[in-house]
Design a protein around this ligand. Structure first.
Ligand SMILES: [Zn+2]
Length: 579
């Protein structure tokens, strides 16, 4: 009897320690060449098998993508909720991993499968993360691109044999689409962020650019831009920890080598993390993140393993740091800020030097053009101290209003604000409110389309304080909440990545009503006679503006523009600021 109990105990003990052999093995581990990645369907099928084999995995179909397929979210958790939103009910730390935003860079697709498998494959490992962490994985974000499979479009990349395409189902680069959200993928992502409110975000990529020995480089949320406590947490804790862990794993890493067409040996600077990118968008909501960039010339196997090590290191960090406290503290800090930065520039006064491992670069005549071309000599590695400019400072600040009012009818803007969880209150009746009115004074428009837009830049506005009558249904948007930075960034017309510059308010740039000169002539003459302010302005124009005196059409139009007939909405931003 006693030996029976001992045998039972041994079986039980072995059950705890032994691998869970019923879990499906990740395709990359089965690949002989280590140079293949699953198709979209193969990938989803594998995740479904994993879900069927363990209660620790749950897959949600959450929202729609442009390709007509739902976005899949895999949840690794000890809890088993019916809705994604319920995972925010506990103090568990939440990590969100996003893969295949650029499906030609599928390293994370494979690495995430391996991560899930290994996290679930032994009880002793589960004990490390399961009690305090929930992990959310998007297996394929750009499904349209993943379906558009080929083996040619990653011109300089060393494997895998087949992969997806960068453009999504409507040929958008989804990693430029977060704040403007032209894709259903981005609007679904915004809703997902509201649903799970992650503490840390990781997005997996493969880098182009200079040649150097590092398999992995990374971009973090720009530390200064996101604000405290993350500024310090990223610089002093998270990033040094991750760098150390990656070094230990055999993949020492450095910040993304942000140089193009020149060698990095003279140093380089941080990247302007605008809200069009995921980390720039999430910074506005107080969520820090990392973009992994494996090096295109390294074999696929090394890249997948490096990405796996990074993800694994992030899971370790989840339990070591007070992520929930940081989140709360960020929101408290935000609540105390009277002014918010709209635009940022490099702070060249701050520089850090560290040892960079590179390959000697040189120039030789191109076989094609004969012109000097850059090349890297892998037989000549070097280690040298280089400067790194990793700090940014605010370039343009605006004072934080109490609220904005958005005129009803700008449906695309309403959709985007709602997707990002912005609180919008419809006015219950027509109301006159003292507001700042934004007058669009100047703007320039790029002559070439960029991600579906002829975007504006260099926008300048002036403001005037006025009593404006708003209609029932116009949207009051208060700023006494954790979305304040996001709201300011998208609704202030001078914000570089704001909705004005992304063309969502272009209709106000065009005059809609007009007049027949032969009819308006008589009214204009009468107005000049009766209105002394108008008359004085008109006379000043006649005296001071060259050519005006000799141009009857201009004179009539000037009077029209300054008369009560002229439409009030022309060049007026349809978002108003309540101080
Ligand atoms: Zn990429």
């Amino acid at each position: 009897m006693r030996s029976f109990f001992i045998a039972l105990l041994v079986v039980f003990f072995m059950g705890c320690m032994a691998p869970h052999s019923d879990l499906p093995v990740p395709p990359f581990r089965l690949s002989e060449s280590k140079n293949t990645t699953p198709t979209y369907q193969e990938g989803i099928d594998w995740w479904r098998k994993l879900e069927a084999s363990t209660p620790r995995v749950r897959i949600f179909e959450y929202g729609m993508t442009d390709a007509g397929y739902p976005l899949h979210i895999v949840v690794l958790s000890g809890k088993h909720h019916a809705h994604l939103e319920e995972y925010t009910d506990s103090r568990h730390s939440r990590l969100l991993i996003n893969n295949a935003i650029h499906p030609g860079e599928p390293d994370g697709v494979d690495a995430s499968m391996m991560l899930a498998y290994d996290l679930l494959n032994s009880d002793s490992i589960q004990k490390r993360w399961l009690p305090n962490t929930d992990i959310f994985i998007i297996p394929f974000y750009n499904i349209g691109g993943a379906l558009n499979r080929n083996s040619t479009t990653r011109a300089n990349q060393n494997g895998p044999e087949e992969y997806g395409f960068r453009g999504n189902a409507q040929n958008l680069d989804l990693n430029r689409d977060f704040v403007k959200s032209d894709s259903r993928n981005a609007r679904t992502f915004a809703q997902l962020i509201q649903a799970i409110d992650p503490h840390l975000y990781v997005e997996t990529h493969v880098s182009n650019g200079a040649d150097y020995p590092y398999v992995m480089t990374y971009l973090s949320t720009q530390e200064d831009k996101i604000g405290e406590p993350y500024t310090s947490a990223l610089r002093d804790t998270l990033t040094p920890h991750l760098e150390k862990a990656m070094g230990k794993a055999g993949f020492p890493m450095v910040p993304y080598v942000n140089v193009h067409g020149v060698s990095p040996e003279n140093g380089y600077a941080t990247f302007y993390d605008m809200p069009r990118y995921s980390t720039g968008y999430l910074a506005l909501l107080g969520i820090p993140g990392y973009i992994t960039e494996t090096h295109m010339l390294k074999p696929y196997e090394q890249r997948v393993e490096a990405t796996y090590s990074f993800l694994w290191s992030c899971v370790e960090e989840m339990r070591l740091n007070p992520l929930e406290d940081w989140k709360v503290s960020w929101q408290v800090n935000l609540g105390m800020q009277d002014s918010i930065a709209l635009d940022w520039t490099l702070d060249s006064s701050q520089v850090r030097a560290w040892v960079f491992n590179g390959y000697a670069a040189g120039y030789k005549p191109s076989d094609i053009s004969g012109e000097p071309r850059l090349f890297y000599d892998r037989t000549k590695p070097y280690s040298t101290k280089i400067p790194y400019w990793g700090w940014m400072k605010p370039q343009h600040k605006v004072s934080r209003p109490t609220a904005y009012i958005l005129r009803r009818g700008f449906v695309e803007v309403e959709e985007r604000l709602k997707a990002s969880g912005v609180n919008m209150e419809a006015l219950e009746s027509d109301t006159t409110i003292r507001v700042d009115v934004f007058h669009i004074d100047t703007f320039s428009t790029y002559p070439q389309p960029y991600e579906k837009h002829y975007a504006h830049h260099g926008t300048k506005v002036s403001t005037s304080e006025q009593d404006v009558t708003f209609h029932q249904g116009d949207w009051l948007i208060p700023l006494n909440n954790a979305h304040a930075r996001f709201i300011i960034e998208v609704l202030e017309p001078e914000a570089p990545d704001g909705y004005f510059n992304w063309n969502f308010f272009d209709a106000v740039l065009q005059q809609k009503e007009w007049y027949s000169p032969y009819v308006f002539e008589d009214e204009a003459a009468l107005l000049l006679q009766q209105d002394s302010v108008l008359r004085n302005g008109y006379n000043a124009m006649m005296d001071s503006v060259a050519g005006f005196k000799d141009h009857g059409e201009q004179q009539l139009y000037w009077i029209y523009q300054h008369s009560p007939r002229y439409e009030r909405s022309h060049l007026i931003h349809p978002v108003y600021r309540i101080r």
